[in-house]
Design a binder for this molecule. Sequence first.
Ligand SMILES: Cc1cc2nc3c(=O)[nH]c(=O)nc-3n(C[C@H](O)[C@H](O)[C@H](O)COP(=O)(O)OP(=O)(O)OC[C@H]3O[C@@H](n4cnc5c(N)ncnc54)[C@H](O)[C@@H]3O)c2cc1C
Length: 280
Amino acid sequence: MQLALSPEDQAFREEMRTFFTTVVPEEIRTKVLEGRELSKEEIAGSMKLLDDHDLAVPHWPEEWGGRGWSDLQRHLYLEEMQAAGCPVPLAFNASMIGPVLAQFASQEMKERFLPKTKSCEIWWSQGFSEPDAGSDLASLRTSAVKDGDDWVVNGQKTWTTLGQHGDWIFTLVRTDPEVKKQAGISMLLIDMTSPGLTVRPIELIDGGHEVNEVWFEDVRVPGRRSASRNRSWPPGSPSWRTSCSPSSSPPCAWSPTPPTASRTRPRACSSSRAPSCSRP
Ligand SMILES: Cc1cc2nc3c(=O)[nH]c(=O)nc-3n(C[C@H](O)[C@H](O)[C@H](O)COP(=O)(O)OP(=O)(O)OC[C@H]3O[C@@H](n4cnc5c(N)ncnc54)[C@H](O)[C@@H]3O)c2cc1C
């Protein structure tokens, strides 16, 4: 068994080390290494800097900014990034909604969202958990009801990490309350400046503000009628198909594909620390 790095891989490691220790500002790296909190600007700015050098989303399809690296190269990239104290790309963007959009969205949606997702010009929040829908996510009750071409969303999400910074939130909603709870769920991409959407802080025991509640009160979400909504959602393995009108602004409604479709899901954060739980 060959455990030592090949000369090419060693050179790759050196290239990554040099980049992270010379291009990424030392003051930010010091904050990370000392475990101090970063501002939104520091997290987003670091991701933008990585993106400027094609290093924000190397695991994405090459067409959308990926690098086609081997698993070992991705490991070395991440190892050197963390050793240097470079902030890891925002997991919600890089590891969660980005890969889903890259695989399943329409060309129009990809062009609209992916560039700003990988550069962190859009800060995504994750709207899955609810007060009575945590581990049992299929119990979620936030509803989306069709009204003309719009969805009207009502309900509450919770534990929304860094939602105070969010521009958009990928949100699981119940679109058919009549079927078994694992079915009838859709995903909406919702502009967090929409009227009726409120982000409320949850104060942690140390006084910190990392998580939030997100409330939806008659939030209108543009999107055309979907023939494919309310499909079965196998827990842990949804695949999503865009059902947005190209002309809707913003395009936003997604529904699960039929159960026969490919089963993939981006790795979710296992930690509450969004900026450090990304696994590119
Ligand atoms: C700091 C923090 C940040 C988060 N950020 C986000 C976010 O940004 N977006 C988001 O959507 N969600 C977020 N979450 C939610 C998180 O990902 C989990 O979904 C949620 O914490 C689990 O649900 P719960 O807290 O209601 O616990 P519960 O689901 O009520 O579970 C409580 C306990 O019961 C156990 N349990 C549950 N079901 C079973 C079972 N069937 N058998 C045996 N044991 C069981 C669990 O393991 C756990 O120990 C965050 C959570 C935290 C704490």
